[in-house]
Structures are given as C-alpha cells and as structure tokens.
Ligand binder design. Structure first.
Ligand code: XIL
Length: 363
C-alpha cells in the first residue's frame, strides 16, 4: 500500500506548543470560580469514575474555537463530567488533508492533547464521508484504482496519527430507505471502499476499534437492517470491523421505542455499539416546560437503552450546550434547536438530569 508521510516533518515542533497551550487553557479554566452551583462538581455529576467501573463512558463533541470560552472549557475539562471527547470537525478530510499528501493535524492535535491530559477517551471522526471533502478529492475524475489508493492513504495516515480508542472509519454510508448512498465513493468503487478503508485503518493501528457510524439507526427499520446486513457481510469476509456508531440525532417526542431491541440485535452480531452524536432537537422554538420535560424523557430513554445493553460502551453528546453555533442543529436545520443538555447560558436543562437518570446515577 502506498503511503505519503510528509506530515512527519510538519509536526515535529507542535507537541511542545500544544502542551504549552493546553496548560495555559487549563490554568485559565481553573482560575475562574464556578459560575454557579450548577457547574460545580457534586457527587451526582456524571461521575467518570462511577461510569468507568461499569465500563461505560459519557462524552461530548467539541470544536477548537470553543476551547477559548472559559466557562465552557471548565465544564468540558471537568474530569467528573466528560470521560470522552470527539472532535466535531478537526479530523475531517477537508481539515486534515487539504492538498494531496499535505497533512494538517494541528486542530485535532489540540483536542487529542486535551483528552490525553484529562485522561479522557478520544474518538476519531472520521475517515470516509461524503461531506467535508477538499476540492482536490471532489473535483477530480478518478479511476477506481486511483480512488482506492486515495482512500487507503488518507485512512492510513489519519488513523496512524491519532491513537483513538475508536474510529468512525466509515460515516453515513446509507440512505434512509436502507439503499446505498450514491456518494463519489460508492459511484466509483461500489461497496469496496468500505473494506479498503477498514483494512487501511487496521494496518495503521491494530488496537483501535473500527466503527461504521450512521444516523437514523437508533431504532429498528430499513436503515438499521442494512447496517446489520453490512456488518454480517464484512464479518463473514474477515474484514476488521468492531462497532456500529448510532449517531442518535433525534427530535423531541419522536424517539424510537425499540432502541434496546435494536442495540441488542447489533451487539448480537459480535460487535460493540456506541451512541456517538446524541442530541434531541425541538422543531418549534422556544420550548415550554412540558417540552423540556419530554426532552428529559427522550435523553433518558436513549441513555438507559445504552446503559442496559451489554456491549453498548458509551454515550457522546454532539456538543453539550445550546449556545449559538456550538451545536450544529440551528445552522443545519434553520428554525429548530435547543437540542443539547445545557442551555445557552451553560445551565443544566432537564435533559441533563435525563442523562443522569438514564445512567442510573442518583441525583
Ligand atoms: C457536523 C459538525 O458538528 C459541524 O460543526 C460541521 O459543520 C458539520 O458537521 N453527522 C456527523 C457529524 O457525522 O460529523 C456532523 O457534524 C453532524 C452530522
């Protein structure tokens, strides 16, 4: 397999700088007293130690620009709150290989360093998606052998760079009806891009868990069935695959009722599952008290399903605050929002307590 390794020269100085930055950021966070009692650690926090004893984690996605927000950073960095981090953007193709063979790791390095220092798990996200691709990938007409090499090179190099506990190697391969999404990967390589990417990731890091990540597979249905069939096929063919990421981007009051059954069917295939991008949005804003209570129940239902299914390893929220631009929801689905467990003033919403309840942590 051909690999380009020019990044080795580019990153030689960055660890020192990153460490200095991370220490400075941490000092900033620590110097600021908690805003109110809701952000101070209490025994009923999403206690990492308590969850770890049950081999579960609770985590969040984050973005580099948010790390400069002291009040936000204080919650993110609290070891009792989040035991896992996913960079929402920093590891995507556009960010990591903007030109062929030129790797830019600094953004996600900052988040990886933060995870390492805080003893948090790191999830790699992602290698092969149809979105967030640089022009050199999308503007070229590739032959199948050429594109196969491009996919392998990219996956190998990014998975090797970050020691993630798990990696979303493939992101969003299906349409909602369970048919294959006709991406540039599928149109040129058919389904072969999936084993190609998984094998490349495996060679890059034999220890990380290799996942396929997808939305609208929280409950049973055609998309979840296609995912199960894909996992069966890959396993039968001896392709390395260890997990399915259930994104769980949901809408208040519309959470599937058979999540547990669905997760059980997935783990029965001999893999693990994780809730990788949880948020529960309101289609009409602002929510009233009854709406917030429904959102609490929705968060509880999803978290409880994971906590109760052996083989579901943890829950990650797709950022934790409704603060403008931190959550992707209002930007992507205009008019909707308030999908996160902390409000835009960083106060805990009922949804936060739904997460505690779902994990069975006393309030
Ligand atoms: C989103 C990020 O949150 C945004 O910051 C970015 O602009 C677009 O992507 N499914 C995924 C994530 O797998 O990568 C997406 O993240 C949300 C949907």
């Amino acid at each position: 397999m051909a690999v380009n390794l020019p990044f080795l020269r580019l990153v030689s100085l960055t660890p020192v700088l990153l460490l200095a930055l991370a220490v400075a950021l941490q000092a900033l966070g620590r110097a600021t007293p908690p805003r109110d009692s809701s952000t101070a650690a209490t025994p009923s926090e999403l206690n990492l130690a308590a969850l770890a004893a049950r081999k579960l984690y609770f985590g969040t996605a984050t973005n580099n620009v948010e790390l400069n927000d002291t009040a936000y950073f204080e919650i993110l960095d609290d070891f009792k709150m989040f035991g896992q981090i996913t960079p929402a953007k920093g590891m995507k193709w556009m960010e990591t290989e903007p030109e062929r063979g030129i790797y830019t790791f600094a953004q996600a390095d900052q988040i990886a360093q933060l995870a390492k220092q805080g003893g948090k798990l790191l999830r790699g996200h992602n290698c092969v998606w149809y979105n967030a691709l640089p022009g050199w990938v999308t503007n070229t007409t590739w032959t199948a052998p050429e594109l196969a090499e491009v996919v392998q090179e990219h996956c190998f190099n990014i998975v090797r760079h970050w020691e993630g506990q798990a990696w979303d190697v493939i992101n969003e391969p299906f349409n909602d009806d369970g048919t294959w999404r006709e991406t540039m990967w599928f149109n040129t390589l058919n389904t072969t891009y999936i084993p190609l990417a998984l094998h490349a990731a495996r060679v890059a890091d034999p220890h990380t868990k290799l996942y396929i990540n997808e939305y609208n597979i929280t409950g049973t249905g055609p998309k979840a069935t296609s995912m199960k069939n894909l996992i069966k096929d890959l396993k039968r063919a001896g392709v390395p695959v260890h997990g399915v990421g259930v994104q769980a981007h949901e809408t208040v009051g519309e959470v599937p009722t058979d999540i547990r059954k669905n997760l059980e069917e997935l783990v029965a295939l001999g893999i693990e599952v994780a809730i990788t991008e949880l948020d529960v949005k309101f289609n009409t804003l602002p929510p009233n008290a009854a709406g917030l209570e429904q959102q609490r129940r929705d968060y509880e239902a999803i978290v409880a399903a994971c906590a109760e299914v052996k083989g579901c390893v943890g829950v990650t929220v797709w950022d934790f605050t409704d603060k403008a631009s931190y959550s992707w929801i209002p930007g992507t689905f205009p008019g909707t929002g308030d999908a996160c467990p902390w409000d835009d003033d960083l106060n805990k919403k009922p949804a936060y307590y739904g997460i505690l309840d779902g994990f069975g942590i006393a309030r």
